[in-house]
Design a protein around this ligand. Structure first.
Ligand code: BGC
Length: 796
């Protein structure tokens, strides 16, 4: 295995779905799981193709209640290509003797290879190798090449190539009780000699989807023109033909595919455009070449080199790769957000959470236009967020915890505990803190880019409306002379209500309360920063009175924060009254105790009773803010912030965390980066393994954990370089964890292309030649200007 290739040397049916997710190819517009081209969905395989923003809603009756759910729709399977000997079954890897097997995801070229040599029951030996890509530059195009070599036989072989729209959303076992048929056929046809066309529509969102495919056969360097039989159903179109195979002579099958939808830009009608684009499309080799060129440009911007004497480099690249399969330059201008599980599977139904918080820092410093586009997805749903707030009895804008097509709350109301088989209430929509994360994301995009246009036209409106929401969500407690926030959930999903309470929600979640203070500070700073004209305009349009701004200021100084045990920031008010959890006993009993929520519910108990968390909650504060920023916030509130506050809280919560969320280890590695460099490195390595080793036993097969993937990349990028973008200065305070010998990366910041190299002892930054104005950088507290063409070094 090189640093650029994920390789599997044997076929393992149990791991197949995991590998399909890890070998997904995409371009930010659509993505296709790395399923075998001959496979249909069964207990081993799950082919899936997903369009960014391709949602549809269905109703299902569960336990006497009708629930509506919105899913990222599994689109027609364009890979479908198989073969058989006359009178035999279609090729099935599990029905033959596999003599050799190799699957390789080439990250540099963006190509998935598979080579299988097998022997069937008639002792015929055959080699089948395939390559495929999803074009990262021409985002409507994909290609598959299959080469079949008969090694010890000659004779006819039937080959079938199809576009299969009979697919449903069945990729997640927990959702099996839900209706899953989202697509209806409109047209299926054959075009000319070698093209097929499938036209479908989602049954609720009425999104028209067109796929066209051209399949060609080459034997002995000649293009064949076999007679093709048509396989036509309303939801499937295919062609089958019989090729006279000759021993030792490879047959090359090339399938080029186009995918369009009615929502695309620059089209007349998606069916027409899909066919037209296919007619104009080059052959497999040419398309592959241009795809690889496009991808290599992206790698030049996005690669991060690390030396740790182990295999972390490959995993880090795999994470960067999947970020680029989910969001890429093709995303710019699309009305889509970034789903927590990528476009790699159906977990969480393709919804968008707060995970952007972990994803945007990488994009901000590479291709900030992608972040901008993803933030515009939020802005377009501002009106719906206003309605969400109104319906819940608040002012301003309330963005949903889970967002899909139009920005209404898509969180499920009930969820299934597979361990007990029971459906229980899902209160996660009370995670209002996503509304602070959005402000954080807008603010940090601006800090990196200085994009005033975005800030004044779009960002400001979101920040101010969210501030307004929070102002309506706080209650003033005259006795304490403090503001409080009731009935919410923090990031830790293992606590959604007090043990004996009859309603969901917790009071004064410290993370939420402090984030809200920060939101008010930014809203006020924003009003100060904007030009007089923009400010007047916004205040008029949004009717922001001086009294309203004064209230924001007051809340930002008097928000309540709960504490216990002399300096521990309580996760929420009353946390200290919960019972300590017997970790040892549960570890002994169950082994894997990531999902304590399921374990305890199945036992008739509840995580709500204990001092335990699924993931970082209080500690998120140390992840998002530097100690200087926290000191300022605490001072504003009149609470003490001592040097020991951070290590004391880190130790307290780290020992009470189950890491039931993939995001957890990222945050914990970050917050221990300076105090315990050995532990930070161990946690980072564990975070790097989350998907590649499927640490959460089966969840990666349902979609990668994009937030955690991006989080590990950002740990290297910002965590270990100590990078901050604040007030027009790029700060570095490098500190490599033990175990990491060196790192190299390229950043893009305000017109500068910066090469950064860090070792345990040295730091170097160079701005590549260009015409941008100098920028201000600060290395370990020493501030200076950096001009294009200049290199600065420092010892650590
Ligand atoms: C985590 C959330 C996260 C979501 C999507 C959940 O398991 O608890 O914090 O946003 O997954 O990744």
């Amino acid at each position: 295995m090189s640093d650029w290739s994920l390789v599997y040397e044997e076929f393992n049916p149990e791991q197949e779905r995991l590998r399909e997710a890890l070998c997904t190819l995409g371009n930010g517009y659509f993505a296709t799981r790395g399923a075998a081209h001959e496979a249909e969905a069964d207990s081993t395989h799950y082919p899936g193709t997903y369009l960014a923003g391709g949602y549809n809603r269905l109703h299902t009756e569960i336990g006497g209640r009708t629930i509506e759910h919105e899913d990222l729709v599994n689109l027609p399977n364009w890979l479908s290509l198989s073969f058989r000997h006359p009178d035999a079954n279609w090729f099935n890897l599990q029905a033959v003797d596999i003599l050799s097997y190799r699957q390789e995801l080439d990250l540099k070229a963006g190509v998935l290879h598979r080579a299988v040599q097998f022997q069937d029951s008639q002792l015929r030996r055959t080699t089948v190798s395939s390559r495929r890509f999803v074009h990262i530059g021409l985002h409507h195009l994909a290609g598959l090449e299959v080469v079949i070599t008969p090694e010890n036989w000659s004779g006819p072989l039937e080959v079938r190539s199809a576009l299969d729209g009979r697919v449903v959303n069945a990729g997640v076992a927990r959702y099996q009780a839900l209706n899953n048929k989202h697509l209806a056929g409109i047209e299926s046809s054959v075009v000319g000699e070698d093209e097929i066309f499938l036209y479908m529509e989602t049954n609720q969102s009425k999104l028209r989807i067109a796929e066209a495919a051209r399949t060609r056969f080459v034997l002995d360097d000649s293009l064949l023109h076999p007679t093709r039989a048509v396989i036509q159903e309303p939801e499937l179109i295919g062609q089958a033909c019989t090729i006279p195979m000759k021993q030792g002579r490879p047959l090359t099958i090339e399938k080029i595919v186009t995918l369009y939808t009615a929502r695309d830009h620059g089209i007349s009608e998606c069916g027409l455009d899909a066919r037209q684009a296919l007619t104009n499309a080059a052959g497999f080799e040419d398309l592959l070449r241009s795809h690889t060129q496009h991808l290599s440009r992206l790698w030049q911007r996005c690669d991060i080199g690390i030396q740790d004497g182990e295999d972390s480099q490959l995993t880090l690249r795999l994470h960067i790769f999947h970020l680029l399969q989910t969001t890429s330059p093709s995303t710019i201008g699309l009305d889509v957000g970034v789903p927590a599980r990528g476009l790699h599977g159906e977990a969480y139904r393709g919804h968008i959470f707060w995970d952007e918080l972990f994803i945007f820092p990488f994009l901000n410093l590479r291709i900030p236009d992608i972040t901008k586009s993803l933030l515009l997805y939020r802005h377009r749903r501002l009106d719906q967020a206003r309605r969400n707030a109104q319906e819940a009895g608040f002012n301003g804008a309330l963005y949903p915890w889970q967002s899909g097509s139009n920005g209404r709350e898509e969180s499920q109301r009930l969820h299934l505990n597979p361990q007990s088989g029971r459906w229980t209430p899902d209160n996660s929509a009370l995670q209002r803190h996503v509304n602070a994360a959005i402000v954080y994301n807008v603010w940090h995009y601006f800090q990196v880019t200085d994009d005033w246009e975005f800030l004044s036209f779009y960002g400001a409106e979101m920040i101010l409306e969210i501030a307004r929401f929070w102002a309506s969500a706080v209650s003033y407690n005259a006795e304490k002379d403090r503001y409080e926030i009731f009935d919410v959930m923090g990031p830790d999903e293992y606590h959604d209500q007090y043990p004996k309470a009859d309603h969901p929600g917790l009071n004064n979640n410290a993370y939420t309360n402090l984030m809200v203070v920060w939101v008010f500070c930014r809203a006020l700073e924003l009003l100060d920063m904007l030009s007089v004209d923009s400010r007047t305009e916004l205040r008029e349009i949004m009717h922001i009175s001086t009294t309203e701004a004064e209230l924001w200021d007051d809340i930002s100084r008097k928000m309540f924060l709960p504490f216990h045990d002399k300096g521990i920031i309580s996760q929420f008010e009353g946390y200290e009254d919960l019972e300590e959890f017997d970790w040892e006993r549960y570890r002994e009993k169950y082994g894997d105790i990531h999902r304590l929520d399921r374990i305890l519910e199945a036992e008739g108990d509840s995580t709500n009773r204990y001092k335990l968390s699924k993931q970082a909650d209080v500690l998120m504060l140390f992840y998002l803010f530097s100690s200087d920023e926290l000191r300022i916030l605490f001072k504003r509130l009149g609470y003490p912030f001592k040097y020991s506050t951070i290590p004391q809280n880190v130790a307290y919560y780290l020992s009470r965390t189950a890491h039931g969320s993939s995001l957890s280890r990222v945050v914990h590695s970050w917050v221990t980066a300076r105090s315990d460099r050995a532990q930070a490195w161990d946690l980072l390595k564990a975070a790097l393994r989350v998907d590649i080793s499927d640490v959460q036993s089966g969840t990666t097969a349902e979609g990668i954990h994009l937030g955690a993937m991006a989080g590990t990349v950002d740990l290297i990028q910002r965590g270990h370089t100590g990078l901050e973008t604040r007030g027009g200065t790029l700060y570095f305070n490098p500190c490599l964890p033990k175990g990491l010998k060196a790192l190299n990366l390229r950043l893009f910041y305000r017109g500068h292309s910066l090469d950064v190299a860090v070792t345990q002892e040295t730091f170097q930054i160079g701005s590549r030649p260009g015409r941008s104005s100098p920028i201000r950088i600060s290395i370990k507290g020493k501030s200076q200007k950096l001009k294009p063409g200049q290199i600065v070094s420092a010892s650590i």
